[in-house]
Design a protein around this ligand. Structure first.
Ligand code: GTP
Ligand code: MG
Length: 136
């Protein structure tokens, strides 16, 4: 069974969509929440997390947005949960995301796309270490 890092981005918190998004994850049979909290992300954490995008034109605004308010950080575990949460989220650009997906239903612009979810087993291990270093 897998674990993935999920971040409900500041837009989700500001728009009071936390319950809606967590509800979709929770309703997926066989998945469960292993850890969760509301927290503000500092520059160092964001740089570690989004380091792969450093130097891209959207990097600075992305980090600024991610630091613009608290996020909800979760560890979700279950069968094929890495692929599964990405599927629930939909494509990065909400305009390309189908209705029924989180980004398709609530997304507006690409930067404010509600949710982050690890994109591979390798990313999940790396990101879980950044956000939940104490997790066994
Ligand atoms: P995350 O789960 O947040 O990592 O999203 P993702 O894996 O679907 O996308 P990716 O890792 O490629 O990009 C990280 C974040 O940067 C995205 O979620 C967007 O918020 C933002 N982003 C990615 N591509 C673009 C872009 O072309 N323009 C802008 N403005 N933002 C982008
Ligand atoms: Mg990504």
């Amino acid at each position: 069974t897998q674990r993935t890092l999920v971040l409900l981005k500041p837009d989700t918190v500001r728009r009071h969509l936390v319950g809606e998004v967590i509800g979709r994850i929770e309703r997926k049979a066989g998945w469960s929440i292993a850890a969760m909290d509301l927290r503000s992300l500092d520059q160092d954490t964001l740089e570690q997390h989004y380091g792969e995008h450093k130097g891209k034109p959207f990097y600075e605004p992305l980090v600024e947005f991610m630091a613009s308010g608290p996020v909800v950080a979760l560890v979700v575990e279950g069968e094929r949960v890495i692929e599964g949460v990405r599927a629930l989220a939909g494509p990065t650009d909400p305009i390309a995301a189908a209705p029924g997906s989180i980004r398709g239903d609530f997304g507006t612009i690409v930067r404010e796309n509600l949710i982050h979810a690890s994109d591979s087993e390798e990313s999940a291990i790396r990101e879980l270490k950044i956000f939940f270093p104490g997790l066994s």
